[in-house]
Design a protein around this ligand. Structure first.
Ligand SMILES: [Zn+2]
Length: 408
């Protein structure tokens, strides 16, 4: 039953006064037992039962809830550094895809990779995320695009979830793109997703969410609606990649199908914003994707001012967002999306927890929740997000255990 003390300030992640205000406890202490937080409050008020507990020091740092990366494409083979220059020289994402690059080249590399190699890469990335304070990771399939290969990626996430302290949230993204085998038979692939892949993933408990890439070269609105409804009736909650490169009515569809989140939204319409607010859909902003593709980011201020909760995630993938550095994405959300540090902190904790449907267990520091937190060598959350460094995180605890500790 350890107690963390010497905390300059603890950010609970709760925001009773709205996401623009941080709830902070100066000179705080945290007590936990096993995986669960038991007590959080001012150090001077620590109940007597914890006074003789083993003490961990936060070294005078700031404590925040463990970060939640609510949108990643964690498992993939190879990289796509070869496309980086082509994009810099002006080729669009869609042009590169049309020339056989893009997502389908990663599909080929992922299918060709051994399961052991994919597992080793995922574990390596997760360890790097732990060093940055990330304790929950949503992980999508989507580079398999066949029954066998989509299930293999989800099985891989299941294997990882069993041997890491980080929370892994698996999402089926079989509707990422139509694979080459079905180029002349889109409907055949949609049927495969609906009739075989979704039921099998759901029956085996391999996914929590069903996601669709709604975009001109991926899936249209009627296809996406059928896939998401099939997912929902099999017990997989809907999520969408929506309105990234054009205003395609994706946000409106997210509201219609009761999606947990709609992600990207660079081109969201005014109607989409109001429909999402009314339906309680979380907007997931992905600043790396906007940055790497050189597009205007989602209108975070308009979403927030309209009352839509905005999460911040990396979209870690080998094409449009080749980084798992969530704190850097958070700084970009401040500068590119004009979100305040408080809104961004909530966006990568409480709001992101909602985006993965785990708000009852993670996202805030309160008794009864999972003991997930990060200690930052910084004066405040504002100072942390403003002064971009290699890493300010000195200790990460996930489900009660230290998964990263900086050597002093
Ligand atoms: Zn994505």
């Amino acid at each position: 039953v350890p107690v963390l003390h010497e905390i300059r300030s603890l950010v609970t992640g709760r925001h009773p006064e709205g996401p623009g205000r941080l709830e902070c406890i100066p000179d705080a202490a945290v007590a936990w037992e096993g995986e669960t937080l038991r007590w959080v409050g001012p150090a001077g008020d620590l109940p007597t039962e914890w006074r003789d507990a083993p003490r961990w020091s936060a070294g005078g740092g700031v404590v925040i809830p463990g970060l939640v990366d609510c949108h990643t494409h964690l498992a993939f083979g190879g990289w796509r550094a070869d496309e980086f220059e082509a994009r810099i020289l002006g080729k669009s994402y869609l042009e590169i895809a049309a020339a056989g690059g893009g997502i389908l080249s990663t599909v080929a590399k992922t299918r060709a990779a051994t399961t052991a190699a994919l597992l080793a890469r995922c574990r390596h990335h997760l360890a790097a995320m732990a060093r940055l304070g990330v304790t929950t990771i949503e992980a999508k399939s989507g580079y398999g695009l066949s029954l066998e290969h989509e299930l293999r990626l989800l099985e891989l996430y299941q294997a990882i979830a069993a041997d890491t302290r980080q929370h892994i949230v698996p999402t089926l993204l079989a509707a990422h793109l139509v694979p080459p085998e079905f180029r002349e038979d889109r409907e055949g692939y949609v049927r495969l997703v609906i009739d075989r892949i979704i039921p099998e993933a759901a029956r085996r408990g391999l996914a929590r969410f069903c996601d669709v890439f709604v975009e001109e070269r991926a899936f249209g609105l009627p296809e996406a609606r059928r896939i998401l409804e099939a997912g929902r009736s099999a017990g997989l909650q809907p999520k969408l990649h929506a309105d990234q490169l054009s205003a395609g009515g994706g946000a409106e569809l997210a509201a219609d199908v009761g999606a947990c989140s709609a992600d990207h939204l660079e081109c969201i319409s005014e109607t989409g914003i109001h429909r999402m607010r009314a339906a309680g859909v979380v907007a997931v902003s992905l600043p790396f994707a906007s940055l790497y593709l050189g597009v205007v980011p989602l209108p975070a201020r308009r979403l927030l001012d309209a009352g839509v909760p905005v999460a911040v995630a990396t979209d870690f993938n080998p094409g449009s967002a080749p980084s798992y550095h969530l704190p850097m994405a958070m700084t970009l959300a401040c500068t590119l999306q004009r979100m305040t540090p408080a809104e961004v902190l909530h966006g990568a904790t409480t709001v992101a927890a909602r985006a993965v449907g785990l708000e009852d267990r993670i996202g805030t520091l309160e008794a009864g929740k999972s003991a997930d937190f990060a200690v930052l060598d910084a004066e405040s959350v504002e100072h942390w997000l403003y002064h971009l460094r290699d890493n300010a995180c000195t200790l990460t605890v996930a489900r009660g255990e230290a998964i990263w500790r900086a050597t002093p």
